[in-house]
Design a protein around this ligand. Structure first.
Ligand code: PEP
Ligand code: MN
Length: 337
């Protein structure tokens, strides 16, 4: 249930509504907007009459939330979520680029990547230290050593760090070294991991599973939000279809759909979305034009020798061109890059 407080409702009036919701068995999440405070009551309570809340002092309106996800719904935060990390805003006017190699391989590789992507205008360096590989015999990542390398290169180049967390036991390490924790496509429905991330207060980038519907993606986000971590961004990274020309089918339409259904920022990953270097730039343009709040792009100083995902990884020069074009598209739609 959602209770929208009137403009100028007092703290005492808001508290009275919260008390009543809690007494009925709801867990209450509060969203303080510029104009209205919205109270989201979640929990297994079906038997209530919204009209009983509408007569309370300071209440503007009260609705049942019909979607299966509640806190992820745009109704909970109509103005949209803006995630502020240092001086970087995700979900605001700027389209934010996060870029770097698929995997952390060495100090030299990350330093060269950080320099190149920051020079081109990216705000966040990416790189997997724990890698979810289809084969157990493929490179599995450098672990903590890789995270240390990422952190140091990011700090030298004025960047934030995003890196993947594959399992609950890795959370403390990621909290220590990363600014954004990435949940990979394969873990979108790892509910134990999502619940644990809900207890943290670090921004999470949640990737869409390869066979997940948009509603399932939003329900996975709900696991994190319901733990009280409201800093979640969603990532469209392509889904598996019958098409074989691309590694995945990038669902550009998911971007405007998500922007309508949810207040959470939407990031697009044209690298995994296509699997081929040549298609990354056009899909990056399309994603920004469709309303993405940011891009996650694989870039490597020597992509042909990358240990993972080389075929979809850009040369630094190609990334610089992508940033230039992204800026042009962002400007055309009234945003900044
Ligand atoms: C990655 O970002 O390198 C990655 C493994 O992505 P995904 O989970 O989307 O496959
Ligand atoms: Mn990758």
């Amino acid at each position: 249930m959602l209770v929208v407080m009137q403009e100028g409702a007092t703290e005492r009036q808001t508290e009275a509504v919260i008390d009543r919701l809690v007494k009925m068995g709801f867990t209450v999440h509060r969203s303080t907007g510029v104009v209205h405070t919205v109270l989201g009551g979640v929990g297994p309570v079906d038997d209530f009459d919204p009209a009983a809340f509408e007569v309370m002092e300071g209440v503007k309106e009260c609705h049942r939330i019909v979607s299966p996800y509640k806190l992820a719904s745009r109704h909970f935060k109509p103005a949209g979520t803006v995630i502020q990390i240092g001086s970087v805003q995700i979900g605001g006017k700027d389209v934010v680029a996060m870029a770097g190699p698929c995997s952390v391989e060495s100090e030299e590789q990350i330093e060269a990547s950080a320099e190149a992507v920051s020079h081109a205008g990216a705000k966040v360096i990416r790189g997997g230290a724990f890698k979810p590989r289809s084969s157990p015999y493929s490179f599995q990542g450098m672990g903590e050593a890789g995270l240390k390398i990422l952190r140091a290169a990011a700090d030298r180049n004025g960047l934030l760090v995003i890196s993947e967390v594959m399992d609950q036991v890795q959370i403390p390490l990621l909290l220590e070294y990363a600014d954004i924790l990435q949940v990979g496509a394969r873990n979108m429905q790892n509910f134990n991991l999502l619940r644990e991330l809900g207890k943290t207060r670090k921004p999470i980038l949640l990737k869409r599973g390869i066979a997940a519907t948009i509603e399932e993606l939003l329900l996975s986000a709900e696991y994190i939000l319901s733990g009280g971590n409201y800093e979640v961004m969603l990532c469209e990274r392509g889904i598996r279809t019958f098409e074989t020309s691309t590694r995945n089918t990038m669902d550009i339409a998911a971007i405007p759909v998500l922007r309508r259904l949810t207040h959470l920022p939407v990031i697009a990953d044209p690298s995994h979305g296509t699997g081929k270097r040549d298609y990354v730039l056009p899909m990056a343009r399309a994603a920004v034009a469709a309303g993405a709040d940011g891009l996650l792009v694989e870039v490597h100083p020597d992509p042909d020798h990358a240990v993972s995902d080389g075929a979809q990884t850009l040369h630094p020069k190609q990334f610089a061109e992508l940033m230039k074009q992204m800026q042009a598209v962002a400007t055309a739609i009234g945003r900044a890059a």
